[in-house]
Design a protein around this ligand. Structure first.
Ligand code: SF4
Length: 309
């Protein structure tokens, strides 16, 4: 396959592990302060019942059982990959530190697991958690994935993210000081956001020591508050053309050293209300790659055009 005009995840993992690498999505049985009443009970307006971990294994299974099941799935696609245990569902640093230690250690003890990726909120990284993460990062490959979604405060309030962007800045700096790479999650197509808003979020990430980004399309899932907004006509999903345009511009604006872990998201087929075009993920990725190629877009080529702050 031709080299991609952006820093892609497969190549990055191959540089680290020397082979194809698969992430096994886990549900550690955690909850979220945005759901358990600490910050709120409704969660972010787009968050599904599975806590944005709809593809994670069942929490009814132990961590070793989930990893075993995940490996059985990946074995259908790849022979002998490296594995990363991905704590995906809900907020995976939101528990007493000894419980966290136990879950992470169980994952790392499974054969073939060569690293951990932990998805969390930047306001759930207390000193004791940071100390545990630092300890882990000295023993294994560790990534912390932080749900930023947007750098625009008004949108963050609207989607009920539940923390100001300064909290994200502090968390990134704390993790960076401990040599722990941060992957930021960004959602394209949030209600009321323009292309300028999205590119401002990319500029914001460029100004911080983040090492990776996941670009997600806003999915409208059944059972979420966003679904109610959609039915009332208060939110309009992006068209495929709009999404491809936005993604390509984000790539052009993104610092070249930042690894792109995702160019779109997976919506759960059973609960996805809109946009339905996103179900054909292969086609979306092909269209993005085609656009990058035909327009000669490479990662970071537009940084110079970012407004000075
Ligand atoms: S922080 Fe994550 S798990 Fe919590 S409500 Fe928001 S999307 Fe859901």
């Amino acid at each position: 396959m031709a080299e991609k005009p952006y820093r892609d995840l497969n190549t990055y993992y191959r540089q680290i592990f020397g082979k194809k690498t698969a992430k096994i999505s886990l549900n550690g049985g955690f909850t979220c302060p945005n759901r358990d009443g600490t910050l709120g009970t409704g969660g972010c307006i787009f968050c599904s019942a599975g806590g944005s971990g709809d593809f994670a294994e069942s929490p009814a299974l132990s961590i070793p059982e989930q990893i075993h099941a995940g490996k059985a799935q990946t074995a259908k696609k790849w022979e002998d990959p490296a594995y990363i245990a991905y704590f995906q569902a809900f907020t995976n640093t939101y528990a007493p530190v000894e419980r966290l230690r136990k879950k992470y250690s169980q994952a790392l003890a499974q054969p073939g697991i060569q690293g951990l990726s932990i998805a969390t909120r930047p306001d759930c990284l207390g000193e004791d958690v940071l100390a545990l993460l630092e300890e882990l990062s000295q023993k294994t490959h560790l990534w912390i994935e932080l749900g930023l979604q947007t750098a625009k405060e008004e949108t963050a309030m609207l989607i009920r993210r539940g923390y100001p962007r300064e909290t994200f800045v502090t968390a990134v700096r704390e993790l960076h000081q401990r040599n722990i790479p941060v992957v930021a999650h960004v959602i394209l197509g949030l209600p009321g956001e323009t292309e300028t808003d999205v590119l401002s979020t990319i500029d914001f990430l460029n100004s911080l020591p983040v090492s990776g980004v996941k670009l997600h399309l806003l999915h409208i899932l059944e059972g979420t508050e966003l679904a109610q907004w959609y039915r009332k006509g208060l939110v309009v999903p992006l068209t495929q053309e709009e999404y491809i345009h936005l993604v390509c511009h984000c790539i052009a604006r993104l610092r070249p050293d930042i690894v792109i872990h995702r160019l779109t998201g997976d919506g759960d087929r059973n609960s996805l209300l809109a946009p339905s075009w996103s179900l054909n993920k292969r086609n979306v990725l092909n269209e993005i790659h085609h656009r990058l190629r035909t327009e000669g877009i490479t990662q970071g080529m537009d940084i110079a055009s970012a407004p000075r702050t």
